[in-house]
Design a protein around this ligand. Structure first.
Ligand code: HEM
Length: 378
């Protein structure tokens, strides 16, 4: 069996921690997580305490973004009236990064720092402004000089990294070790995005001890729809069924699998007892996710599998109380709309505006679905 050896850093010392087998059809890289010493095991959350715990991280983020909100260079990067989401996401990152509550990952959309910043033009002016406000924010927190210097160094390095620059190897101390771990996570996401499956599979088990982060990784694997990655996901949940109840960005694996059109994963999760009516933090069920996102041909089969397992085909949710049929109509997903109707979806359901699925299809010029729904209405 091919093995990939990788390096991590722990509390100031860089050392080899594990030998990760690459996936073959009959063995799984998930085994490797038992061989890998998690960063968290050997690491005291020293900087979390320095910053005042989770409440301190939230304060730091709020104070930092209050400054960003007034900055003429940075403010245009954050369209919209409020910086509330950005503040919550940055606080969640800090807490999670510094070894606090892992479930904070639920408040994040991205796992990879480089990926989350790739859509912005961040040049020297933006980075300079960001660092200036971060330093002023840190200066207002009481801490010893050594801790302040280490945090400054961390933000100096990480701000260069998010702009795409390669930074000098820096693995000393708690922050260096945690940064090496974050870089590994970024590498894993980049490998998934770049189609380098063996690389992704070699990195991924390292995060199995961080369930919310791991669910985020598994979600990315499912979105790739590539077979070796899908097999890894199924293997992971079979070994650790409690992953079914964990969330990333407010969603469970069943929401992600349904939206990504991964029928095999949906069926495995349902066999293991996943709740087909579980709601994401927007109030939506997995059936809504299929109807809203699943452009793949597996969509109708996923609808049937969810309904067979007890999924409520007429569950309405979210601010506008839309049903899965409203969403299939809006997206123009003909096969899914047909499967929902076959499973008993109400063609005359009304959302908060009083619109039926037919009205939604007409609003979005989905002629084929509109014809199907008009036939049902009569
Ligand atoms: C170099 C200067 C930087 C600029 C101009 C910048 C700008 C931004 C912008 C515009 C967003 C999107 C906010 C949104 O969509 O809500 C964002 C998100 C974020 N930034 Fe930065 N950023 C910088 C550096 C950093 C650094 C150094 C870190 C961490 C050490 C960081 C951590 C984050 C996190 C965690 C998010 C939210 C992504 C998520 O988890 O969903 N940023 N940043």
């Amino acid at each position: 069996m091919a093995r990939t050896v990788f390096k991590t850093a722990e509390a100031g010392a860089s050392r080899l921690v594990g030998s990760i087998p690459t996936l073959s059809r009959h063995d799984s890289t998930i085994d490797a997580h038992y061989e890998v010493k998690s960063l968290k095991n050997g690491m005291r959350p020293g900087f979390l305490k320095t910053l005042g715990g989770e409440a301190g991280c939230k304060r730091l983020s709020a104070e930092f973004y209050a400054r960003v909100g007034k900055d003429p260079v940075l403010r245009p990067l954050f369209p919209g009236k409020s910086l509330r989401c950005a503040t919550e996401e940055f606080a969640a990152f800090l807490i999670q990064f510094l070894g606090g509550d892992e479930d904070q990952a639920q408040s994040r959309w991205w796992l990879s720092l480089r990926e989350s910043h790739a859509r912005f033009q961040i040049g020297a002016a933006e980075r300079g402004a960001w660092l200036k406000h971060m330093q002023a924010t840190l200066d207002a927190v009481q801490m010893d000089d050594g801790a302040r210097k280490a945090l400054r160094q961390f933000f100096f390095e990480s701000s260069a990294y998010v702009t795409g620059k390669e930074t000098a190897a820096w693995e000393s101390g708690e922050l260096g070790a945690r940064w090496a771990e974050q870089r590994a996570l970024d590498e894993c996401i980049a490998a998934i995005a770049g189609g380098r499956d063996q690389e992704a599979l070699a990195f991924a088990p390292r995060f199995a001890s961080r369930p919310s982060v791991f669910v985020g990784l598994l979600a990315r694997m499912m979105q790739s729809r590539r077979e070796p990655l899908i097999r890894f996901v199924i293997d992971a949940v079979q070994r650790e069924p409690s992953l079914m109840t964990r969330r990333f960005a407010g969603k469970t694996l069943l929401h992600f699998a349904s939206g990504a059109g991964c029928l095999d994963v949906v069926e495995s999760l349902l066999r293991l007892g996943a709740d087909p009516n579980t709601r994401d933090d927007g109030g939506h069920t997995p059936l809504y996710r299929v109807a809203n996102e699943c452009a793949s041909e597996a969509g109708p089969e996923i609808v049937r599998a969810l309904v067979r397992a007890g999924g409520d085909v007429n569950a309405s949710g979210g601010v506008t109380r839309t049903t899965p049929l409203h969403m299939a109509a809006r997206r123009g997903f003909m096969g899914i709309a047909q499967a929902l109707l076959d499973c008993g979806a109400a063609a005359d359901a009304k959302d908060t505006k009083g619109d039926s699925p037919l009205q939604r299809a007409l609003n979005c010029r989905r002629k084929e679905v509109a014809r199907l729904l008009a036939g049902r209405a009569s």
